[in-house]
Ligand binder design. Structure first.
Ligand SMILES: Nc1ncnc2c1ncn2[C@@H]1O[C@H](COP(=O)(O)OP(=O)(O)O)[C@@H](O)[C@H]1O
Ligand SMILES: [Mg+2]
Length: 370
C-alpha cells in the first residue's frame, strides 16, 4: 500500500515546483525488482521545497539494496531537469517490509527468518552464513544468526566468541553480539566435548528453544544456520517458524550439487520458497595469470540454480584466507575487507536482501510452490 504523502499548505509551496510535479517526475522511476514505480510503491517519504531547493527522501525495502545508488541517481536526474529547480538533494533510507501472514508472538519483531541449508556438510555453509550476516549488518540492517546445526555448532568459533556464556534476563537467554550481529548457538549452551544423542524429538525441541527462549528482539533478518542434509532440523524449523525462505549453499562438486537439489525439494515440500542458490568455493581471480581459476570442476552454482528453478545469488571464490580468517574467529569480511571475496560476500548479501524484498511483495512467493 502506498503511504499517503504528507501534504503541505499551499502557502509554503513555490508556484513553479510543487509536490505534485515532483511526484509525477519521480513516478517515471521503476524499481527494477518490484516492477513498479517508486511513487506507487510508497517509497517517496518526504518532500521539502524551498525556493528551488528540493529535498526528497526515498525509503527502500532494504538497506542492502544493490540498486540504491542507481535509484538515487535516477531521482536526481528526474528532478534536476524540472523547471524552477536549482538544487536537488536525495536522501536514501530503508525500512525492511515484512511478509504478510501469520507471525509467532515471541518472534513478532523479527521481519524475516531465512534458513541457510546445504545438501552436504563442509560446503562452507556456516562460513557463508556469518560473513553474509556481517555484510548485511554493515549496510545498517538488524541481523542475527541462529546456529541450529545441533551436530556441529561452529558459529561461536567462526565469530571468535567460543567459551562465552550468554546472560539471561528473566526467563529468556540474551544473544551474544559481535561484529554488529546477534547470535545464539548450542555451542554457547553445551559443555565442551559433551556427547549428545541427537534423536528427532530432541532436535525439534532444541530448534524450538533457540527460537522461543532467546530474546531476539527487533530484527530485519534472522539467518538460521542449519545442519547439512534433509534431517529433523530443517523440518522442525520450517514447521515451527514462518520462514521467508531458504538459501542453499553448494560448491562446484558433483556430489554437492546433486544433494543440494534434495534440500531444495524438501523445503518446497514444506512450502518454504527457495530464495536462491549460493556457490561457495567458486572460481578465484588469479592476478598473476589474469584468469579466473577453478579449484573444483563440477556443475557451477549458476547452472544448479537454473536446474532448480531458483535465483542465483552469486559465487564466493575459493580463498584459503577465508578459511584462515574463520579459524581465527574474525570472519573474512572483517579480516580481509579489501580482498575480492569481501566484495563477493557483499554482492551476495545484496542479492539475498533483494530476493527477500521481492518475496515479501509477492502474493505467490515461489512459482514452484503454486
Ligand atoms: N570460500 C572458501 N574458500 C576456502 N575455504 C573455505 C571457503 N568457505 C569455507 N571454507 C572452509 O571450508 C571448511 C568448511 O566450512 P564450514 O563453513 O564449516 O562448512 P559447513 O558449515 O558447510 O560444514 C572450513 O575449514 C572453512 O574455513
Ligand atoms: Mg557448519
Amino acid at each position: 500500500m502506498p503511504t499517503p504523502m504528507p501534504m503541505r499548505s499551499a502557502g509554503t509551496l513555490l508556484k513553479v515546483v510543487t509536490e505534485e510535479i515532483i511526484l509525477k517526475a519521480l513516478s517515471s522511476i521503476q524499481d527494477p525488482d518490484l516492477h513498479k514505480d517508486i511513487v506507487s510503491l510508497g517509497f517517496v517519504k518526504d518532500i521539502a521545497i524551498e525556493k528551488g531547493h528540493i529535498k526528497v527522501t526515498i525509503e527502500l525495502t532494504t538497506p542492502a539494496c544493490p540498486v540504491k545508488d542507481q535509484l538515487k541517481e535516477e531521482a536526481i536526474q528526474a528532478l534536476k531537469t524540472l523547471g524552477g529547480v536549482e538544487n536537488v538533494e536525495v536522501f536514501m533510507t530503508a525500512r525492511v517490509r515484512e511478509k504478510a501472514g501469520p507471525k509467532l508472538e515471541h518472534l513478532k519483531l523479527v521481519r524475516h527468518i531465512v534458513a541457510i541449508a546445504s545438501g552436504k556438510g563442509g560446503v562452507g555453509k556456516s562460513t557463508v552464513t556469518v560473513n553474509l550476516a556481517i555484510a548485511l549488518a554493515q549496510t545498517g540492517a538488524k541481523v542475527a544468526v541462529m546456529d541450529a546445526d545441533v551436530y556441529g555448532p561452529t558459529v561461536p568459533l567462526l565469530m571468535g566468541c567460543n567459551g562465552q556464556v550468554p546472560k539471561t534476563n528473566a526467563d529468556k537467554i540474551l544473544p551474544i553480539e559481535k561484529f554488529g550481529v546477534k547470535m545464539m548457538s548450542l555451542g554457547f549452551l553445551l559443555e565442551d566435548d559433551k556427547a549428545v544423542m541427537w534423536r528427532g524429538p530432541l532436535v525439534a525441541g532444541t530448534v524450538k528453544q533457540l527460537l522461543e527462549d532467546v530474546q531476539w528482539g527487533e530484527l530485519d533478518y534472522l539467518l538460521v544456520d542449519l545442519p547439512p542434509g534433509t534431517g529433523d532440523a530443517p523440518m522442525s524449523l520450517a514447521q515451527l517458524a514462518p520462514l521467508t525462505g531458504v538459501v542453499i549453499v553448494s560448491t562446484p562438486h558433483h556430489v554437492a550439487s546433486n544433494i543440494a537439489g534434495k534440500s531444495a525439494a524438501l523445503f518446497r515440500h514444506l512450502k518454504t520458497p527457495v530464495l536462491g542458490i549460493i556457490e561457495n568455493m567458486g572460481p578465484a581471480w588469479n592476478p598473476a595469470t589474469e584468469q579466473w581459476e577453478s579449484t573444483f570442476a563440477g556443475i557451477g552454482g549458476n547452472q544448479l540454480a537454473i536446474n532448480l528453478g531458483a535465483p542465483f545469488l552469486g559465487s564466493i571464490p575459493f580463498d584459503p584466507m577465508i578459511s584462515e580468517a574463520g579459524d581465527l574467529g574474525t570472519p573474512s569480511v572483517i579480516q580481509h575487507p579489501a580482498r575480492p571475496q569481501a566484495k563477493a560476500f557483499q554482492d551476495v548479501a545484496g542479492k539475498l536482501a533483494q530476493q527477500i524484498s521481492i518475496m515479501a511483495a509477492q502474493e505467490v512467493p515461489d512459482p514452484q510452490l503454486a
